[in-house]
Design a protein. Structure first.
Length: 194
């Protein structure tokens, strides 16, 4: 019967994993375990190197806040504003996320991700749409003045009469100073409308 052998194998696997995790946790204590600290036993195969960052707690990230009434852009042909036949394209922000990593100086580097789509309208003749996405890092207190604010340009190629085209932007240039409590405010920024 193979069932008994697989049960023994399962117990052996648990023992091997437990021994590997114990070696990793004891590794921080120094001594003989130093040579084993960064390794995990993987069955009968060679040990695999594990980065200490694998077990590090996640770095807290500031909250993301969509500025009210900035998730949508409707672009019309000149002289046909707000007429359905004059709609060139419509763009939306639909999803967003962020992760953070700790920098050597104590600051946090943010990796921001945004996505949405652009839909062509009856007046669109095809070409490239450049979406203006503003990202501002604002202190969490009562001070509304942003620490940094920048308009990121998102190019999207859209054919005439084409179905909706998805867009994605991933940006990792923004940092939060050490010990600073902030939030990230974002949304489309078309500037002054004529």
């Amino acid at each position: 019967m193979r069932v008994a052998n697989s049960a023994v194998t399962g117990r052996n696997f648990k023992a091997i994993v437990t021994a590997g995790l114990l070696a990793v946790s004891v590794g921080g204590c120094g001594g003989v375990a130093d040579g084993v600290a960064g390794k995990v036993i993987a069955g009968g195969q060679e040990p695999i190197e594990i980065s200490p960052e694998t077990f590090a707690p996640p770095v807290p990230c500031p909250p993301l806040q969509l500025q009210s009434n900035t998730f949508l852009i409707r672009n019309y042909a000149r002289g046909k504003e707000n007429e359905s036949s004059g709609l060139r394209y419509q763009a939306t922000i639909e999803d967003w996320a962020n992760t953070c990593t700790q920098e050597p100086d104590g600051s946090r580097r943010m990796k921001l991700g945004f996505s949405g789509n652009v839909t062509s309208g009856p007046a669109w003749q095809g070409g490239e749409v450049v979406l203006p996405l503003r990202v501002a890092i604002v202190p969490a207190g009562d001070d509304p003045k942003p620490l940094t604010s920048e308009v990121l340009r998102v190019p999207v190629t859209l054919g005439a009469g084409a179905p909706a085209e998805d867009w994605t932007l991933i940006e990792n240039k923004f940092t939060v100073p050490a010990g600073q409590s902030v939030k990230v405010v974002f949304g489309f920024d078309e500037g002054r409308r004529r």
